[in-house]
Design a protein around this ligand. Structure first.
Ligand SMILES: Nc1ncnc2c1ncn2[C@@H]1O[C@H](COP(=O)(O)OP(=O)(O)OP(=O)(O)O)[C@@H](O)[C@H]1O
Ligand SMILES: [Mg+2]
Length: 314
C-alpha cells in the first residue's frame, strides 16, 4: 500500500460557461465537483493503475464531508483526520468558447496544534502497512513549517521511504530529513535552489539532503539526479491538453518505482509516459490509458555526465 498525504485537500469545483465575462453575471451551464489536492490526484492515478493506496490528511466541515463522499465513490479508501475548520474549495471556471480556464483557490482552514497532534498519531498508525509515503502540496495555515520534515522522520523510523512534492519553505525544511525523492517542477526548483539551471538546482537540493531529485520540466520531461547517476527523460513530443496534475501522475509513477526498486532509466520512462498521458486527460488525477501504453515505448532517456564534485555510488 502507498500512503498519500494531502494536508490541504480540496473539493475541486468546475463551472462551465459559454464565455466568461468580467464585471458581469455569468450563467453556468454545468457544475461538477470532485475530491482534489495533490495527494488525492496521486492516489487516483495509483488506483487507475491497479495499485492499492490510502488517502490521509485533514478534512473538515460540510466541504470535507463532500470530499470524503467523492473519495468513497471513486473507490479510494480515506483515512482523513477531522478538523474544526472547513476544507477549502478550488473553483475553476471553464470558458467553452476560448477553451480557457480561470481558477480561484481558497486559502483553506487554520489547523490547531491539537489537530496536528491527532494527525501525527493517525499517521503513525498508517505507517506499518505502507511501502512508501507520498507527501504532496501546500501546508494549511497553523501547521509548522517543518511539518513534512516531521512526517519524513516518522516514516523513516518505520523503514518507509518518503517522496516529497512541495514548494518553498515546506520543501526546504523537508530536505533536512533526507527524503528518498523530491519532485519539484522547474519553477519550484529555481525558487528553492536559487539557480535557473535545473541540473545545478537538482544537485543543490541533493547537497541539501534529498537522496534523489527528480525535476519536472513540463513538455521537456524530467531530469533525475541520484546516487546511481543522472538522466534526462523526454516524451517524443509535447502533448496538448491540461498540464495541471501531470506532476502528480509523475509522482505516482516515481512512488511505484521506489517501491519496486526499478532501475532509474525505467522509472523515469514510466514517469514521463504517465505524466504526458495525464496532460491528454481533462481532469487532474486522470490519464489517457491508450496514450500511456503507446508513450511507454517512445520515451528517450539520456544519461548526463557527472558534474564536478557530484557524489555517486562507487
Ligand atoms: N505538454 C506536455 N507534453 C508532454 N508531457 C508533458 C507536458 N507537460 C507536462 N508533461 C509531463 O508531465 C511532467 C510534469 O509536468 P510539470 O513539470 O508541468 O509538473 P507540475 O508543474 O509539478 O504539475 P502539477 O503540480 O500541476 O501536477 C513533465 O515532467 C512531463 O513528463
Ligand atoms: Mg507539481
Amino acid at each position: 500500500m502507498i500512503l498519500t498525504v494531502t494536508l490541504n485537500a480540496a473539493l475541486d469545483l468546475t463551472h462551465r460557461v459559454d464565455r466568461l465575462r468580467l464585471h458581469a453575471s455569468n450563467r453556468v451551464r454545468q457544475v461538477s465537483a470532485r475530491a482534489g489536492g495533490k495527494g488525492v490526484n496521486v492516489a487516483r492515478v495509483l488506483h487507475a493503475l491497479g495499485h492499492e493506496s490510502v488517502v490521509t490528511g485533514l478534512a473538515g466541515g460540510p466541504t470535507g464531508e463532500a470530499l470524503r463522499r467523492d473519495l468513497a465513490a471513486s473507490g479510494l479508501p480515506d483515512q482523513l483526520v477531522p478538523i474544526g475548520g472547513e476544507t477549502r474549495r478550488t473553483v475553476a471556471v471553464y470558458d467553452e468558447e476560448r477553451a480557457d480556464t480561470t481558477i480561484l483557490l481558497e486559502p483553506g482552514p487554520v489547523v490547531t496544534a491539537a489537530e496536528w497532534a491527532a494527525f501525527l498519531q493517525r499517521f503513525e498508525q498508517l505507517l506499518p502497512p505502507a511501502r512508501a509515503v507520498v507527501l504532496s502540496g501546500s501546508l494549511p495555515a497553523g501547521l509548522p513549517e517543518d511539518a513534512y520534515a516531521q512526517l519524513i522522520r516518522r516514516a523513516r523510523a518505520h523503514g518507509v521511504p518518503a517522496l516529497l512534492d512541495a514548494d518553498g519553505r515546506a520543501l526546504l525544511a523537508g530536505l533536512e530529513e533526507a527524503p528518498a525523492v523530491v519532485k519539484p517542477n522547474a519553477h519550484e526548483l529555481a525558487a528553492a535552489s536559487g539557480t535557473d539551471d535545473p541540473r545545478a538546482g537538482a544537485e543543490a537540493l541533493r547537497a541539501a539532503g534529498a537522496q534523489s531529485v527528480v525535476a519536472s520540466l513540463g513538455p521537456d520531461g524530467l531530469i533525475a539526479c541520484t546516487l546511481q547517476g543522472s538522466w534526462h527523460a523526454r516524451p517524443p513530443q509535447a502533448v496538448t491538453g491540461n498540464p495541471t496534475g501531470a506532476g502528480d501522475a509523475a509522482v505516482a509513477a516515481l512512488a511505484l518505482g521506489l517501491v519496486a526498486r526499478t532501475p532509474w532509466p525505467e522509472r523515469l520512462t514510466q514517469a514521463v509516459a504517465l505524466s504526458a498521458a495525464a496532460v491528454a486527460a481533462p481532469l487532474a488525477g486522470d490519464f489517457d490509458p491508450v496514450l500511456h501504453r503507446r508513450l511507454r515505448h517512445q520515451v528517450s532517456v539520456q544519461p548526463l555526465a557527472p558534474l564536478e564534485g557530484e557524489t555517486r555510488c562507487p
